[in-house]
Design a protein around this ligand. Structure first.
Ligand code: ADP
Ligand code: ZN
Length: 593
C-alpha cells in the first residue's frame, strides 16, 4: 500500500490554516481601525483645528486620518495642499505621512499577488515571527514637538567642537530665509561619527531645542523590511513628514543599518530600494528643504560611498570619547540633580574613569545616587561614587581601562614624539591636537591640519612628514630603551614607506634612481637590479627620516617628557598647548644647564 507522506501534508494544512486566520485577522483589524473613525468634511476639520481640538493628522493615500485632542478619530478624503498644511501647522496639529500600502489586508493581498503562494506563506510566518510588531506601524519616527524639546547644548558636556559645528545649523533653522537671501549654502546632511553613548542623539536633539524646531527621530534598523518596497515607502513617508513640519531636524540613528555598502553580502533588492529612496530624498532636501537631516553612526567606513557624496551627508562631525576635562564636565551635568557631600570631587572621579562614555558616566552617577539611597541617605558621598565605579566597571568590558599605567605612558610618549617633531619641523603641517584617548583601531593620535589643498608638495615637506611619522617609534626608543619599543608604529611605518616609495618611483626625488616613472611602468618591466636599488633608496630615505627624528628628540628631551606628561594628565592637548608646554620645558632645561 502506498503511504502518503504525512508530515508535509500536516505542515501544509497548518500553514493554510494560519494563512486563513491571518487574512481574517487582517480584515478585522482594518475594519476595526476604520470603524473607530468618524467621517468628517474638509471644512469641519479645518474648523476643529481652528478651535485647537485636533492633535494630529496622518495622510495616507489621499485620506486624512485625524485624531482629536480628546482621542476621537476622524477620516476625511481630501487633497493635500500647501494651504491645508499651513492651516494645520498654524494650529499646532502634528502632521504625518504614511506611504506604506493602505491597511493590513492590502499589504497581505499585495504580497499574495506578487509571489508564489508557498513563498508567501513562509514569508508571512517568518515575518510574523521575526518582525511581528512592524505590521502594526511600529518602528516609525517618533516626533518630539518643539515645546517638548527641552534639551539644549548646555546639557551636552565635553563635546565643544561638535556643538560649535552645529551652531550654524541652529542659526539656519531659526531663520532659514536669512541664509537663502545671502545665497549661503548650509549643509543639510550631517553625519555624527562616534562610539555609542557619546551623546550623538543628545546633540541632535539639543540642536532642535536651541533652534526651537520639532525633532523627528528614527533608527536605520526601522527600515530593514522583509517585503520589497516597504522600507522605501517608509523612508518616503518619513521625509514627507519632516518636510511638512519644516523647519525641523530629522535624526536617523544607526544609519549604517539603512545605508550600508551595496553589493556586500548577497545583493538584496529590498535594501537597495530603501537606500536609493534615501538618496533621492536627500537630494530633494538639499535642493530647497528647510529640513536638516542628522545621521549617526559608529562605523562611517561601512556606509555606501553614495551616501557621503557632496550634497548628501557631506558634513562629518566626530564625536569621540570624552577626555578628563570632558568627563568632569559630564559628571557635573549629571550630578546637578543630586545633593553632593563636600568630599565629592568630580575631577578625581573623572581621572579614575578613562575610556568611559557619556552614557556610562550618566550611569555611574545614577549608581552613586542608588548607593546612597540604599543606605537611606540623601547626600551622595565620594564612597558612593567609588562603589558605583566598581559596579559599572564590573558590568562592562573596558579595553581602554585594561591598559596598564606603563602602556598609557608608552602611548603618551609615542604621541608626544609625533607632536614634538612636527612642531620642530617648520615644513610639516601644524598640529591641531594630540590625544591618548583610543579611537577606532588607534590607541592615540596626533591630528595635524594640512594647510589648504596642496597641488604639489616639496621634497622638504615630504622629508619632514617622514620624520614626523618616524617620531613615534623614535620617542619610545629614547624614553624606554630599544628593548621596550612596541608594535604601535605599524601604521606610521606604512605611511612613511609609502611616501618614500613614491618619492623614488613617481616623483623623481632620488638622485640614485633618477627621473624615471617606475611607478607607472608595467609590472615586471623593471629589472631585478633596479627593483633592488629602489628598495635600497626607500630604505635610505626612511632611515634619514628616523635619524632626523631621533636627533630632534634627543636634543629636546625635556620638551618630549613635558608633552608626554601633559598628555598623561589631560589626555588631549591642543596645538597651542603643546607648543606652550614644549617652549616652557625647553627654556627650563636650558636654564638648568
Ligand atoms: P549616542 O546617541 O551617541 O549613542 P546618546 O545621546 O543616546 O548617545 O547618550 C545616551 C545618554 O548618555 C544621554 O541620554 C545622556 O544621559 C548621556 N550622555 C552621553 N553623552 C553625554 C554628554 N556629552 N553630556 C551629558 N550626557 C551625556
Ligand atoms: Zn604613531
Amino acid at each position: 500500500m502506498p503511504t502518503l507522506p504525512k508530515r508535509p501534508l500536516i505542515a501544509l494544512a497548518v500553514l493554510a490554516a494560519l494563512l486563513a486566520a491571518w487574512l481574517g485577522f487582517a480584515a478585522w483589524y482594518d475594519h476595526h481601525q476604520r470603524a473607530e473613525e468618524r467621517p468628517a468634511t474638509y471644512s469641519a476639520l479645518i474648523e476643529q483645528a481652528g478651535q485647537g481640538e485636533l492633535s494630529s493628522i496622518t495622510f495616507a493615500n489621499g485620506t486624512g486620518h485625524a485624531v482629536g485632542t480628546d482621542g476621537s478619530r476622524y477620516r476625511v478624503v481630501m487633497p493635500v495642499t500647501d494651504d491645508l498644511l499651513k492651516e494645520m501647522r498654524a494650529h499646532k496639529v502634528a502632521i504625518a505621512f504614511d506611504e506604506g500600502p493602505g491597511g493590513l489586508m492590502a499589504q497581505t493581498v499585495g504580497v499574495l499577488d506578487r509571489a508564489a503562494p508557498f513563498v508567501v506563506v513562509a514569508l508571512l510566518i517568518g515575518g510574523l515571527l521575526m518582525s511581528g510588531g512592524q505590521f502594526f506601524g511600529m518602528g516609525r519616527a517618533t516626533r518630539v514637538r518643539p515645546e517638548d524639546t527641552k534639551t539644549v547644548f548646555a546639557d551636552v558636556a565635553g563635546v565643544d567642537e561638535a556643538k560649535e559645528e552645529l551652531r550654524e545649523t541652529v542659526q539656519f533653522l531659526k531663520d532659514p530665509r536669512r541664509f537663502a537671501m545671502a545665497g549661503a549654502r548650509v549643509p543639510k546632511g550631517i553625519l555624527l561619527v562616534g562610539p555609542p553613548g557619546t551623546g550623538k542623539t543628545m546633540l541632535a536633539k539639543a540642536a532642535a531645542g536651541e533652534a526651537g524646531v520639532p525633532f523627528f527621530a528614527a533608527s536605520g534598523s526601522d527600515f530593514v523590511e522583509m517585503f520589497v518596497g516597504l522600507g522605501a515607502a517608509r523612508v518616503r513617508g518619513l521625509f514627507k513628514t519632516a518636510r511638512a513640519n519644516a523647519p525641523c531636524i530629522l535624526f536617523i540613528d544607526e544609519i549604517d543599518a539603512l545605508a550600508g555598502k551595496r553589493g556586500e553580502s548577497t545583493s538584496h533588492s529590498e535594501r537597495e530600494q530603501t537606500l536609493n529612496q534615501l538618496l533621492v530624498e536627500m537630494d530633494g532636501i538639499v535642493e530647497g528643504g528647510e529640513v536638516v537631516v542628522i545621521a549617526a553612526t559608529n562605523r562611517s567606513e561601512m556606509l555606501d560611498p553614495a551616501v557621503l557624496r557632496p550634497g548628501r551627508f557631506d558634513r562629518h562631525i566626530h564625536v569621540s570619547l570624552p577626555d578628563v576635562a570632558g568627563r568632569e564636565a559630564i559628571l557635573g551635568v549629571h550630578a546637578g540633580r543630586l545633593t553632593l557631600a563636600p568630599d565629592v570631587c568630580t575631577r578625581t572621579v573623572a581621572r579614575g574613569t578613562p575610556g568611559f562614555s557619556g552614557a556610562e558616566l550618566a550611569n555611574l552617577t545614577n549608581e552613586a545616587a542608588l548607593s546612597a539611597a540604599r543606605q537611606g541617605r540623601v547626600v551622595v558621598t565620594m564612597a558612593d561614587y567609588e562603589a558605583a565605579k566598581d559596579r559599572v566597571l564590573m558590568g562592562t568590558e573596558r579595553r581602554s581601562l585594561a591598559l596598564t599605567a606603563h602602556e598609557r605612558r608608552l602611548i603618551a610618549v609615542h604621541e608626544a614624539g609625533h607632536a614634538l617633531v612636527s612642531l620642530r619641523c617648520p615644513q610639516a603641517d601644524p598640529i591641531h591636537k594630540a590625544t591618548i584617548i583610543p579611537r577606532g583601531g588607534a590607541l592615540g593620535m596626533v591630528v595635524r591640519l594640512p594647510e589648504g589643498d596642496r597641488v604639489s608638495v616639496s621634497r622638504a615637506k615630504l622629508m619632514a612628514d617622514i620624520a614626523v611619522a618616524m617620531a613615534g617609534r623614535a620617542a619610545e626608543e629614547i624614553a624606554f630603551g630599544p628593548d621596550q619599543v612596541t608594535t604601535g608604529a605599524e601604521a606610521d611605518f606604512r605611511a612613511a614607506t609609502d611616501l618614500a616609495r613614491r618619492m623614488v618611483t613617481a616623483w623623481g626625488m632620488s638622485e640614485e634612481i633618477g627621473f624615471v616613472a617606475h611607478a607607472a611602468a608595467e609590472p615586471g618591466a623593471r629589472s631585478e637590479r633596479t627593483a633592488w636599488r629602489i628598495d635600497e633608496e626607500v630604505r635610505r630615505i626612511t632611515d634619514e627620516g628616523m635619524d632626523h627624528a631621533r636627533r630632534l628628540l634627543r636634543t629636546d628631551r625635556a620638551a618630549l617628557d613635558g608633552i608626554a606628561q601633559g598628555l598623561l594628565e589631560r589626555e588631549t592637548l591642543s596645538g597651542d598647548e603643546i607648543a606652550a608646554l614644549a617652549d616652557s620645558e625647553t627654556e627650563r632645561a636650558t636654564e638648568a644647564a
